[in-house]
Design a protein around this ligand. Structure first.
Ligand code: PLP
Length: 395
């Protein structure tokens, strides 16, 4: 007597949100849980962004917004793409949405027909698979190796391509692995993709500024990829504006037009106050948020150091974003405190129960040997969490 659609019944619940809800439940029941499951900067919003939002309220911005975003916000986005990425877009190529998540949802809806295959180098961001599926697409996971920093190689990419391949979605810096593709690595992938002109590339660059090695490269910077690449970005991560819900794309015009049409029937334009604040956020140079990047870099060193003291945990060195994605498969088959760990989900739940630390199972990201730990948390929380994890795994 399930009255719901097959569509929703077949959709997985976002694993990161599910873990956050579980941790919240335990907290409400009086447990002291350290939450390292969410991808959410713990910084407050920069003052200059807050001021812009307050000004927008006082200036009486309240009406419906243009479906694809305010003209002055689009101009700020165009300037940002040029300044930070060397990309040239026209206003007709920009669509502002209610978070990059909606940008990605729009793209799947306007590009996929039933049966179209979507290449997802794994590990990938949790929502790519279900966003593709709900549009009728078929996710095709491409396994990568921790020994190659979880980056897909040209050979692995080409082996996954079939006549049904419609698009590829990846993030760099990557959630969850923290990997950052270099120019050479992206060019090598582009050299494969040029042979398959029908494939559209969705380049999710939401962690662009949270990069510890310096160079951020956009796929659309390659002339032969520009007309088939959609660049996705937003202000959630760099400006700590997760709850303000503004994301955007730079895209070939026909795709931008289609996203505009889709959004016009589903949500209309994004929130007016948040759009006005985003203009100011984007107008400021990335150096204004360097303090957050520096803090994340210190925390990365801290968490990698502490993780290395825990036996049988293997990590790569993340180069961006704010996650580590350790391989914990050495624990599979072991019994700890009466609990048998058979997979990454068991491991993550074990940590929640016995270390009081919330993490996310790698299964949600397409890698069943790993868990994701967010270090968007205070150094104190990171140190305590790692000590408790060590204790739970070794005593
Ligand atoms: N893409 C990646 C890789 C993310 O990690 C996230 C947020 O977790 C998003 C997109 C969605 O961002 P937004 O808050 O703009 O919807």
């Amino acid at each position: 007597d399930n009255k719901l659609s097959n569509r929703i019944n077949e959709m997985a619940t976002s694993a990161t949100l599910a873990m956050a809800a579980k941790a919240r439940e335990l907290k409400e029941a009086g447990e002291k849980i350290i939450g390292l499951s969410l991808g959410e900067p713990d910084f407050t919003i920069p003052e200059f962004v807050k001021d812009a939002a307050i000004k927008a309220v006082n200036d009486d911005f309240h009406s419906y917004t243009p479906v694809d975003g305010y003209g002055d916000l689009k101009e700020a986005i165009i300037t940002k793409f040029k300044r930070d990425n060397g990309l040239d877009y026209k206003p007709s190529q920009i669509v502002v949405s209610t978070g990059a998540k909606q940008s990605l949802y729009n793209l799947a809806q306007v590009l996929l027909n039933p049966g179209d295959e979507v290449l997802l180098p794994a590990p990938f961001w949790v929502s790519y698979g279900d966003i593709s599926k709900v549009a009728g697409g078929v996710p095709v996971e491409i396994k990568t190796s921790i020994n190659n920093d979880f980056k897909v190689t040209p050979q692995e990419l080409e082996a996954a391509i079939t006549p049904k391949t419609k698009m590829i979605i990846y993030s760099s810096p990557c959630n969850p692995s923290g990997s950052v593709y270099s120019r050479e690595e992206l060019r090598a992938l582009a050299d494969v993709l040029v042979k398959y002109p029908k494939i559209i590339i969705i380049s999710d660059e939401i962690y662009e500024h949270i990069n510890f090695i310096g160079d951020h490269v956009s796929m659309a910077q390659f002339d032969d990829m520009y007309d088939r690449t959609v660049t996705v970005n937003g202000v959630s991560k760099a400006f700590s504006m997760t709850g303000w819900r503004i994301g955007f794309i730079g895209a070939p015009e026909y795709i931008a037009r289609a996203c505009n049409k889709m959004q016009g029937q589903v949500t209309s334009g994004a929130n007016c106050i948040a759009q006005k604040a985003t203009i100011v956020a984007l107008e400021n140079p990335p150096s204004k948020i360097q303090y957050m990047v520096d803090a994340f870099k210190n925390r990365r060193a801290l968490i990698l150091g502490l993780l290395s003291e825990i036996p049988d945990i293997k990590t790569n060195e993340p180069e961006g974003a704010f996650y580590v994605f350790p391989d914990i498969a050495a624990y599979f088959g072991k019994t700890l405190r009466g609990t048998t760990i058979s997979n990454a989900t068991d491991f993550s739940l074990y940590l929640l129960e016995h270390a009081k630390v919330a993490t996310v199972t790698g299964e949600a990201f397409g890698d069943p040997n790993c868990i994701r730990i967010s270090y968007a948390a205070s150094e104190n929380d990171i140190s305590t969490a790692m000590a408790q994890i060590k204790e739970a795994l070794t005593s």
